[in-house]
Write a protein that binds this ligand. Sequence first.
Ligand code: SF4
Length: 236
Amino acid sequence: MAIEVIEIQDVPNDLKESEVWTVLGAGDRVVPGLAKDVARGTELSKTLCSPRGLYTRLEVDQVGPKGVSFVDGPYLDGKFLAHCFEGAREAIFAVVTVGPELEKSEAELFAEGSSVEAIVLDVVGSASIMNAFSHISNLIYEDVTDRGWQTGMCLQPGQSYWDVTGQREIFQVLPAERIGVQLLESCFMLPQKSQSGVIPLGPELKVHSDPDKSYCRYCQATRCPMRQEPAIEVSL
Ligand code: SF4
């Protein structure tokens, strides 16, 4: 059965300097020595980033002790994933990117020896992709809560609970080349400033807020609507 894939090309590109500082680990502080680079990088993100994404919804077949299977879909292997899917009826599979231009500029800055500017631009890219992913998560969240369902934590391959090879399952489901994202043999994505994830959903989804089981505290996605606990501050 063909799945319906929703493609979103008009993701807002509205990064704020404060979000770059958060990803840099400065919290509410502005570090004077980096202020110009952060301001410049944030401004550049308006032209260098073109956020876009696509997602689909799959029906859960079975949640076992060691993984989750889907109707006409892949098997997601992992006890933590199974734990997060307790009570789930469906899942959203999503891939989002800000495109390749920012990475090209970053490489040029490194090549000309402007390492600090390049590193700050890299952080700008990370903050931009987090925002883009959060924007698409918001659309999903609003749609799901309108139906009276719950959303769980957004699960991403490459985190400590899910090996990066989990990307293969997501790319098996989604035609990510439509938004210019390719999965490398290493299971990393190109452009690098791309994110993928799987979000469990359902009217009876068991939402876990036990801090020992949540990874949100390590995640700096300030706009994520599925956050289960505040992020801890990482000092610069
Ligand atoms: S805040 Fe939590 S749910 Fe949101 S992207 Fe980060 S880890 Fe996932």
